[in-house]
Design a protein around this ligand. Structure first.
Ligand SMILES: Cc1cc2nc3c(=O)[nH]c(=O)nc-3n(C[C@H](O)[C@H](O)[C@H](O)COP(=O)(O)O)c2cc1C
Length: 198
């Protein structure tokens, strides 16, 4: 098993509200990752200037990375090194935030040319972890796991192991503090990932 020191952890904050509920889950997970000894880096997507994928196709034709150079470029570079990718997002209109979706679309650049039929589809090494932290105002029975529909794509990219923490009924910043279950699930996910516990 890999040592936590080698498990570079990159966290993308999808909410435009700093210090809100999804930020709090992300902060808790990242704190735990650091306690386990993992190097971490966090990016607040709403503070970066970037576009979604513009379908330039340069990443499939003459480059091995995204052809757009903008605020997301360092994020994409960090993700290539990330053994653990943490995506935190509130539910916005039944989906992840626009900021996070724009960033995910740019992950298209991690697929190799001919990925649809290639056996090895990704430029990224396999065996990585994806941690999705989802907050929502509505009750538990709404939406389910928003990452489920992204699951096959992320597996294709090398994020084989998926971990979900959800908090529902949280609207105002700080509501998450009453959701000790969700915060403890962040600790448990970190333990599974970095200490290899079941
Ligand atoms: C633009 C917008 C759209 C939202 N849409 C939904 C929604 O469709 N379903 C829901 O349960 N909550 C919705 N919410 C509430 C947020 O998901 C909830 O307040 C969440 O805890 C915010 O996370 P944050 O504190 O990290 O920003 C919406 C909030 C905003 C601002």
């Amino acid at each position: 098993m890999m040592s936590p020191n080698d498990m570079s952890t990159v966290c993308l904050l999808g909410s435009p509200r700093r210090g809100g509920n999804s930020d709090a889950l992300a902060e808790r997970f990242v704190q735990q990752a650091e306690l386990h000894g993992a190097p971490t880096e966090t990016f607040a997507l709403s503070q970066l200037q970037f576009n979604g994928c513009q379908n330039l196709f340069r990443c499939k034709e003459d480059l091995d990375h995204c052809g757009q150079v903008d605020g997301l470029t360092p994020v994409l570079e960090a993700v290539t090194q990330a053994q653990v990718l943490v995506l935190a997002s509130p539910v916005y209109f039944t989906s992840v935030t626009g900021q996070l979706k724009l960033a995910i679309d740019r992950f298209f650049s991690f697929f190799v040319p001919g990925y649809a039929t290639a056996q090895i589809k990704s430029r990224l090494t396999p065996g990585r972890h994806l941690v999705f932290l989802q907050t929502q105002g509505e009750p538990e029975d709404r939406y389910g796991d928003l990452m489920e529909s992204f699951s096959a794509s992320f597996k294709g990219l090398g994020f084989d192991h998926h971990h979900l923490v959800r908090a529902w009924g949280v609207r105002e910043p700080g509501d998450i503090n009453a959701e000790t279950g969700a915060l403890k699930e962040c600790d448990a996910a970190a333990l599974r990932i970095y200490a290899g516990s079941k």
